[in-house]
Design a protein around this ligand. Structure first.
Ligand code: M6R
Length: 609
């Protein structure tokens, strides 16, 4: 998703802006640009494609200036071309923007009627023209931005600089995240960015704009105003983002590194929720009475939604609490009825997903207690929640979520035990048994990872497939969904997942000898049912890849291949079977030569609807 940065300092900014943009690369983008002001003159460089193209442009046509804004664009309105790349300029006004201006068509028509000529297909250009129009009518920059903001509908974060003003930058936030970084005496300056990670090389003193806020920055001050124009103060805290190491280590891709980190990060997450000595879960800081809670409403997107589905199985089966799970983009417009005194749980790696955030606001308006499972502790979702259950996965850079997913499952599993204990359906002996099974997970995952070369071999065959079907039942169904999503997003092979019992209601018509069918079937109480569905596939010539801790003979049919899993308690089986589906997708993509960490069209953090 688009990333914005801005710097006002005492050193040239062009290179520093590009460095900051590099730290936002993980969000996904298809063009980039920077604009600076030098000797009162506004100038910009933009390029289609990766940041190295922008660097080449800056090498041949450098930009001077100690104030500037930068942008990585993930196209929403208009193709990913240089012309559509930000910053956009009108008169002496230059703007970078993350988000969507929903009423841009109306504004564009109105501005065109006023004689403004549009160069781009973007929604952002209206912002530049609106501000420029106010200034030609005599407004000072601050007043021009304030008035223009009142015309904008939608969710956005934006930053604006003005020709002739080398000590002024104005930013605004409605919906999309916006961090402000404060320089120090040795290195004076002010910084803005889409997240604290982008600003980590410059400062760790960070504050965040709240919804509706806008800010007037000079090189040594930040005056923040709320929607009504009243000056407000926002807490400055010391960000941990600088301490987070963001490199690939010895791995070829961030995704490979992140898959391999899972034993460690799951251990770290477990130690946050488990008293290892006592073999008990520890949620002493969570102020929710699950004994009296009527039901739990979960919403999330993508992989985090699949984690929510696994959570539903775990919390209902082991915790004895009814759970509803929704895709956040559906939930937010469904206007669901919510019980008084209810609680809503949001699951998100980034903590910035626009639909999840909007669902959260809806639940807040319905007086629900807000709980979130988030990886980025400084994110908007974390800040908006009453109770935060962190996943301690560390920064996840690969667009395809892996370690964040299994850490989400870890928290959900521990939470299911806690809920079961509070509701009196898990006694002490069972609690200890389930906790022991969780503690085994990092070792079991390491065992699966030690056989990755077999999965690499198998993936070379899978890379020739046009379509792939994933099947699973019960708690393995969301793992099948997650496997299909992983394969689609990084290898671009069409994949679909079905609950195995649903096969004969339609999808079985797809089966022929060219169709790989990946069956996720741990030996649990639904194993026999899944096996009979698998045999129906085999009878029709489907090429079965069997993922199970059972022996191959238990399949009772011809298998094309088998990925043997270590024996695990059924409670933790989704955490184990998640690993081979990640590895299958990863190696298939590697065999196909796709851009594994930044697949086409995708953004890491989806901050627009
Ligand atoms: O940051 P979030 O967890 O809220 O993101 C949700 C989805 O956008 C994300 O899981 C997406 O589906 C990933 N690309 C999946 O690998």
């Amino acid at each position: 998703m688009c990333g914005i940065v801005g710097i006002i300092g005492t050193e040239p900014v062009a290179e520093r802006l590009v460095d900051a943009l590099k730290r936002l690369e993980y969000r996904g983008y298809d063009s980039a640009g920077v604009a600076t002001i030098h000797n009162h003159v506004l100038d910009r460089r933009r390029a289609k494609g990766k940041l190295k193209e922008l660097e080449k442009r800056l090498h041949t046509e450098p930009l001077e200036g100690m104030i500037g804004i930068g942008h990585t664009r993930w196209a929403t309105h208009g193709k990913p071309t240089e012309v559509n790349a930000h910053p956009h300029i009108s008169g002496g006004v230059s703007v970078v923007h993350n988000g969507i201006i929903e009423n841009f068509k109306t504004l564009r028509a109105e501005l065109e009627a006023d004689g403004y000529v549009f160069e781009t297909e973007t929604d952002t250009e209206v912002i530049a023209h609106l501000i420029a129009r106010e200034m030609t009518r005599g407004a000072e920059p601050q007043q021009a931005v304030q008035t223009s903001l009142t015309h904008l509908e939608g969710a956005f974060a934006l930053a604006v600089i003005f020709a002739g003003h080398e000590d002024l930058m104005i930013g605004a936030r409605r919906g999309s995240p916006f961090a402000i970084g404060y320089g120090n005496d040795e290195e004076p300056g002010m910084y803005i960015g889409s997240d604290a990670i982008a600003l980590a090389p410059f400062t760790n003193k960070i504050s965040y704009l709240e919804d509706g806020d806008w800010v007037v920055l000079t090189k040594n001050s930040a005056a923040i105003y709320d929607e009504d124009g009243a000056e407000v103060s926002r807490k400055i805290s010391l960000s941990q983002a600088g301490a987070l190491i963001v490199d690939k280590g010895n791995h070829r891709h961030f995704m490979a590194k992140e898959i391999h980190e899972q034993p460690d990060v799951i251990s770290r997450t477990l130690s946050h929720y488990i008293d290892l000595g006592a073999e008990r879960v520890d949620f002493s800081e969570l102020d929710i009475d699950f004994k009296t809670l009527p039901r739990l409403t979960v919403s999330a997107c993508g992989t985090a939604y699949y984690a929510g589905l696994v959570g539903k199985y775990l919390i209902e089966r082991w915790g004895g609490l009814p759970v509803d799970v929704d895709i956040a983009s559906e939930f937010r417009y469904r206007e669901p009825l919510m019980a008084d005194g209810g609680a809503a749980l949001f699951i998100s790696q980034s903590g910035e997903t626009a639909d999840s955030l909007a669902s959260l606001s809806y639940c807040k308006s319905k007086a629900q207690k807000i709980i979130s499972i988030v990886n980025v502790q400084e994110s908007s979702i974390a800040r908006e929640s009453d109770e935060v259950l962190p996943t301690l996965a560390g920064p996840e850079i690969g667009v395809a979520s892996t370690k964040a997913f299994t850490c989400q499952l870890t928290v959900l599993a521990a939470l299911a035990i806690h809920i079961g204990v509070q509701r009196g359906v898990i006694n002490e002996a069972l609690e200890k048994e389930l906790v022991r099974s969780l503690v085994e997970v990092p070792r079991l995952i390491s065992e699966v990872l030690s056989h990755e070369s077999d999965i690499d071999d198998l993936s070379s065959q899978l890379s020739h497939a046009k379509d792939v079907l994933y099947l699973g039942r019960g708690v393995s169904f969301p793992i099948a969904l997650e496997g299909a999503l992983k394969l689609k997003e990084i290898s671009y092979i069409h994949a679909e997942a079905y609950a195995a019992g649903e096969l004969k209601h339609g999808p079985i018509a797809l089966i022929d000898e060219t169709m790989p069918v990946i069956v996720v079937a741990p030996e649990d109480d639904l194993f026999d049912k899944t096996i009979s569905n698998m045999q129906e596939v085999a009878a029709r010539g489907g090429r079965i890849i069997f993922i199970s801790d059972a022996d191959g003979e238990a399949a009772g049919c011809e298998l094309s291949s088998m990925i043997k899993l270590p024996k695990a308690h059924t409670f933790v089986s989704p955490l184990i079977s998640a690993i081979p589906v990640q590895l299958l997708a990863y190696y298939t993509a590697v065999h196909m030569g796709t851009d594994v960490d930044q697949p086409r069209n995708l953004a890491k953090s989806v901050t627009v609807e």
